[in-house]
Design a binder for this molecule. Structure first.
Ligand code: C2O
Ligand code: CU
Length: 552
């Protein structure tokens, strides 16, 4: 493959993602950050310079497994030291598998501040996709707050706890409308009709298509909080890819997409070519307080400024979980997808609960809320530095009598920085168990994302996971993914092979939940990792070790 060079400067700037001026994080002056497009087998060399003046940064390449380059995964405190202001860090890694991906900041809540962009890997030269299409376009979905990410961080770690509330806007390719609605004339809304010349930063990006063609739409969700549903008026969508893996094609009217997920869908432009159609994105899983994100699908046979004759598609009810489950259960692997091992070597049962730690509201896994150490795990383990993180292995399971349908009897939990250590090539099963939150009767959706691997999604179930549920696992054609959701009061079963030497985060992809400790750390075969650049891990306790080594 080719080597592709990029220079990225991370910097704050003024912007109007939803027509209201705010500070946004951008790369090379762009928001959303520039799209990276490569071919499978290419090596990317991305020099990231931190121009943030007073805070560190890192960039994570979401969905890229980083075989042989765990130090390039871009997770602060896990795979590397945060890049200090003024410094440049060189990411070098191979994109081994074609698919739809994205990248984003992975330090504090910088993703919420706007540090994200698309990463698309095309098939290697001479290879053919499993489906045909005439053109493609890209939808990077996000949610946007008027409260800065800094203030959100302060709010979430305050006593008493302050929730960040729902986002002000949903953005499609970084564009949304807060003060007006594109569909005001077609809908029952108090917002005025938007008027754009078209060159405004918050004007919608319109997608132009020819009639009777098939388009591949690449969709990625990098939302901080919102679970989304996407629909295109009058058109069917055929789902063909999820998280960089082919799935058995199936047809739907709308798709659910959780933070951290990506899809490709095929759209055939077989509707009345004398009309334009709405593309709409709405909130699911939380009582929405955010207007739909909208843009237009324009048939090139007519002007793009002609409004669709019917109102935008209605997003399914936020709490219609059957709709979500029906969609999710349709996702199975396409023929030819790698099959899971039939047995596991080690199983983790991970209970997701909201807890209290010294008066702070936290999320905890088996009653441990993750707090990241100042020395990155990768360096600490590889160079055998003592005392940089919790040496106690976190619990494999939780108390059998935990009542998942009610607030925890004792909400007090612990903070921890321990690591689940796997033997290289061990087959690991993870059962994620959802439960009731701390107050009231409620259980939230959590999309869990694994770094460094794809996993097979073996199954979903309602209630508490029971031994017998294993019999219902799909070992025949489970989809390979890097993100999977747990539904309220339910469980999700995953299997993966710990075959990638490194240290890997596994966490809820909701930015505030991760910030509140909703994650765990996995590690395997770290002693086999070769050539970790010094600059990646020379901070915290490792600084001294590496300096002393040089002197000896
Ligand atoms: Cu896209 Cu650790 O996340
Ligand atoms: Cu969560």
């Amino acid at each position: 493959g080719a080597v592709r060079h990029y220079k990225f400067e991370v910097k704050y700037r003024y912007g109007e993602p939803d027509c209201e001026e705010k500070v946004v994080m951008g790369i090379n002056g762009q928001f959303p950050c520039p799209t990276i497009r490569a071919k499978a087998g290419d090596t990317l060399h991305i020099a990231v310079t931190n121009k943030l003046v007073t805070e560190g940064t890192v960039i994570h390449w979401h969905g890229i497994r980083q075989y042989g380059t765990p130090w390039a995964d871009g997770t602060a405190s896990i795979s590397q030291c945060a890049i200090a202001p003024g410094e440049t860090f060189h990411y070098r890694f191979t994109v081994d598998k074609a698919g739809t991906y994205f990248y984003h900041g992975h330090y504090g809540m910088q993703r919420t501040a706007g540090l994200y962009g698309s990463l698309i890997v095309d098939l290697a030269k001479g290879k053919k996709e499993a489906f045909d299409y005439d053109g493609e376009f890209n939808l990077l979905l996000s949610d946007w707050w008027h409260k800065s990410s800094h203030e959100q961080q302060v709010a979430l770690s305050s006593i008493p706890f302050r929730w960040i509330n729902e986002p002000q806007s949903l953005l499609i390719n970084g564009r949304g409308q807060h003060n007006c609605s594109l569909a005001a004339n077609a809908m029952n809304t108090s917002l005025p009709q938007c008027k754009f010349r078209g060159n405004e930063e918050c004007a919608p990006q319109i997608f132009h298509v020819h009639p009777n063609k098939t388009y591949r739409i690449r969709i990625a969700s990098t939302t901080s909080l919102a679970s989304l549903n996407l629909a295109i008026g009058n058109h069917k969508l055929v789902v063909v890819e999820a998280d960089g893996n082919y799935v058995k094609p199936f047809t739907v009217d709308d798709i659910d997409i959780y933070s951290g997920e990506t899809y490709s869908v095929l759209l055939t432009t077989n509707q009345d070519p004398k009309k334009n159609y709405w593309i709409s994105v709405g909130v699911r899983g939380r009582k929405p307080n955010t207007p739909q994100g909208l843009t237009i699908l324009n048939y090139k046979t007519i002007s793009a400024s002609i409004f669709p004759t019917s109102p935008p598609p209605i997003t399914p009810q936020w709490d219609d979980y059957n709709h979500s489950k029906t969609f999710t259960h349709k996702i199975i692997a396409r023929k030819g997808t790698r099959k899971p091992p039939q047995h596991y070597d080690r199983r983790l049962l991970l209970l997701n609960t909201q807890n209290l730690v010294d008066g702070n509201t936290k999320w905890a896994i088996n009653n441990v809320s993750l707090v990241l150490p100042s020395t990155p795990y990768l360096g600490s383990i590889k160079f055998n530095v003592n005392g940089s993180f919790g040496t106690k292995s976190p619990p494999n399971t939780f108390s059998e009598d935990h009542d998942i349908y009610n607030p925890p009897l004792n909400p007090n939990s612990n903070i921890g920085s321990g690591v689940y250590m796997f033997q290289l090539n061990q087959v690991v099963d993870v059962i994620l168990q959802n439960a009731n939150v701390m107050k009231g009767q409620n259980s939230e959706i959590h999309p869990w994302h694994l770094h460094g691997h794809d996993f097979w999604v073996l199954g979903y179930g309602d209630g508490k996971f029971q031994q017998g549920d294993e019999r219902k696992f799909n070992l025949k054609n489970p989809p390979l993914r890097n993100t999977a959701v747990i539904f309220p009061y339910g469980w999700t079963a995953l299997r993966f092979k710990a075959d990638n030497p490194g240290v890997w985060a596994f966490h809820c992809h909701i930015a505030s939940h991760l910030y509140m400790g909703m994650g765990v750390i996995f590690a395997e075969g770290v002693l086999n990792v070769k050539r970790i650049p010094r600059e990646a891990v020379a901070c915290g306790l490792l600084k001294k070790v590496l300096i002393n080594k040089k002197h000896n």
